[in-house]
Design a binder for this molecule. Structure first.
Ligand code: URA
Length: 208
């Protein structure tokens, strides 16, 4: 049973969480979605990437970041030796969004939508237990850091989410419109790589 005040989502395992997201009707986005977009990648990835919300392509395919912004994200990951494709936990990332349903006409997420969807993202992070979280764009920052400060002011240092390192960077869709900031985004990715390398390995019990 969940402790009083805790979201019942906070105790779900992967299959139950997938099912809860697929059947969610907590906000009006369920009326217009083609399908929910849960997340992809290694379930114990060292890197967890958090974006904003599904767009048109993602809503149709059921996978995050498959449009133009996703192609840029894939190139950025490749440059770091990371991938969304099959791989070990150190190479294959986990990618999720703050919202699991597409906002109509790709409008910005509403605060109430972010709030209702937040337990799903939080549970995904708790299950993955990443060594580093990369929050891309202001809505990922709003959800995970509860901050409305601009990305430009939060990037460049290591934040914490429930004791896990979190790096803020620009959203790839923003970088497509503002390529001059790609160098800053690369610096953020290098900081994330350094942070993931430094994160302590989990303590394993001695083998019998
Ligand atoms: N932008 C996001 O933040 N997420 C997606 O899945 C696609 C575009």
């Amino acid at each position: 049973m969940s402790p009083p005040g805790a979201s019942p989502v906070a105790t779900l395992d992967w299959p139950a969480l997938r099912e809860a997201v697929a059947g969610c009707r907590a906000c009006s986005l369920c009326e217009s979605r083609t399908q929910t977009v849960f997340g992809v990648g290694h379930e114990r990835a060292h890197w967890m990437i958090v974006g904003e919300a599904p767009g048109e392509q993602e809503d149709l395919r059921g996978e995050p970041f498959v449009g133009a912004a996703g192609r840029l994200l894939d190139r950025m990951l490749l440059a770091l030796g990371l991938t969304r494709g099959p791989g070990e936990a150190a190479q294959q990332v986990y990618i999720a969004n703050t919202l699991k349903c597409r906002p109509p006409r790709n409008r910005n997420p509403e605060p109430e939508e972010l709030q209702r969807c937040q337990p799903f993202l939080e549970r995904q992070v708790e299950l993955v237990q990443p060594k580093v979280i990369l929050a891309m764009g202001r809505f990922a920052v709003q959800s995970l850091l509860a901050s409305t400060e601009p990305v430009g002011r939060l990037r460049g240092r290591v934040h914490q989410w429930r004791g896990r390192p979190l790096i803020v960077t620009y959203h790839p869709a923003y970088l497509l419109r503002n390529p001059a900031d790609k160098a800053r985004a690369w610096a953020d990715l290098c900081l994330a790589a350094q942070t993931a390398d430094q994160a302590a390995e989990p303590v394993r019990p001695p083998s019998a």
